[in-house]
Write a protein that binds this ligand. Structure first.
Ligand code: SF4
Length: 381
């Protein structure tokens, strides 16, 4: 191998490219990035906090979606210390609609840890970054390279695809990817290089139809030369997504033109942890014929007697499951029944004024139900 390395002038160690190849790849990719890079708000400054927020928001999410969330976030939490001091509920409310809510919780936890352990300064080395909640190898590499100019790799899904094609490797392992990305990264502009590789994957080397004629790496791309770029990397077989149904009750009490709704806060762990939702039917009562009930209301008689207006079902696809919510709207006369809390869930049920709902973290499907309820009952009403 040493002999071959000398013949091809490869850099010692892991690099599978010669020095000339590395130089061409870096220059070509950076020139493409300089000409085509999207104008994104976090690219204005290398502030590590802003880079961290943008990287966490961009995971599993399209950049067009992220931009308005990022702007709102920075208006509310312009500094890391603002985020560290915020209530979790407010953080979740700002995040609602972006999905994968554990990212928001971890971001807040990371800010608190940086404030406490590092005096408010985000660490600049990958190893330390990876000790923060929610920060894995990718985010650590992105922050270290973009914010601090460290020549380290950052391998996300887009980079994985580009590298698999570049090397004509159907199933590259994480160490392989890290070695390749680490060999490629430009020592003078590591942050730009990593962003360029990600952006190439998002806009040119797309999963189904890579635009090879427009690609600055085409001369070096083994997958393209082999005529099978579209098939790389090999797709992992996926089983069917479980599909469940939930019967949801929207209890509404109107007093003097003000609506109040009964909402439940979800448990602190698991899907949509600590988000608010309209309760499922089983929570309403604990009568003898309702073995599944939890008896949340002191007097649920009215709620049970009225069939309520059926609303359009709302379907939501989570990362590993699909849930169809079947909501119905029940109007109760004032005052709102007291919350009996025989469920043992503490104060997790609350009557909430309509006006407060904007400040509350509601998952996307629940907000769609709310929109329907506000605009009138559906076909079954
Ligand atoms: S040449 Fe084609 S397959 Fe290869 S990296 Fe570029 S866009 Fe992707």
């Amino acid at each position: 191998m040493a002999e071959r390395d000398r013949r091809t002038q490869r850099e010692p160690g892991t690099a599978p490219w010669s020095r000339e190849e590395l130089q061409e790849i870096r220059e070509g990719l950076l020139a493409h990035f300089d000409a085509e890079a999207r104008d994104l708000p976090w690219r204005d400054s290398p502030d590590p906090y802003r880079i961290l927020v943008s990287e966490v928001m961009s995971q599993q999410t399209r950049l067009e979606t992220v931009v308005p969330y990022y702007r709102r976030w920075m208006e509310r939490f312009p500094e890391l210390t603002d985020l560290a001091a915020a209530q979790e509920e407010e953080v979740l409310a700002l995040w609602q609609g972006l999905g994968y809510y554990s990212r928001a919780r971890n971001l807040r936890a990371a800010a608190r840890e940086v404030a406490q352990r590092y005096g408010g300064r985000i660490p600049d080395r990958e190893e330390e970054l990876q000790t923060l909640p929610g920060v894995g190898p990718y985010t650590a590499g992105a922050v270290a390279s973009i914010a601090f100019g460290r020549p380290v790799p950052a391998v996300d899904g887009n980079v994985r695809r580009v590298l698999a094609r570049l090397r004509d490797e159907p199933a590259p392992s994480p160490p392989m990817l890290r070695a390749w990305a680490g060999a490629l990264v430009d020592p003078d502009r590591p942050g730009d290089f990593n962003q360029a590789l990600m952006e190439l994957g998002a806009s040119v080397c797309t999963p189904r139809s890579p635009d090879c004629p427009r690609c600055p790496l085409r001369r070096h791309c083994a997958g393209r030369k082999a005529g099978r770029a579209e098939d790389l990397p090999a797709r992992r077989p996926r089983g069917p997504v479980p599909h469940t149904h939930a019967r949801v009750v929207v209890l509404r009490v109107s007093t003097d033109g003000t609506d109040r709704y009964l909402l439940r806060r979800r448990p602190p762990h698991g899907l949509l942890a600590r988000m608010w939702e309209f309760p499922e039917e089983g929570f309403l009562s604990a009568g003898p014929d309702d073995a599944g009930g939890l008896g949340v209301l002191d007097d649920a008689g009215d709620a049970e007697a009225v069939p309520g207006a059926r609303l359009e079902p709302v379907e939501h696809l989570f990362s590993h499951r699909r849930i169809t919510y079947h909501p119905r709207l029940l109007e109760l006369p004032p005052p709102p029944p007291a919350i009996a809390d025989s469920s043992g869930e503490g104060d997790l049920f609350r009557w909430i004024h309509d006006g407060e709902l904007e400040e509350l973290p509601l998952p996307v499907a629940q907000r769609r139900i709310l929109t329907m309820v506000r605009s009138g009952p559906g076909p079954g009403g």
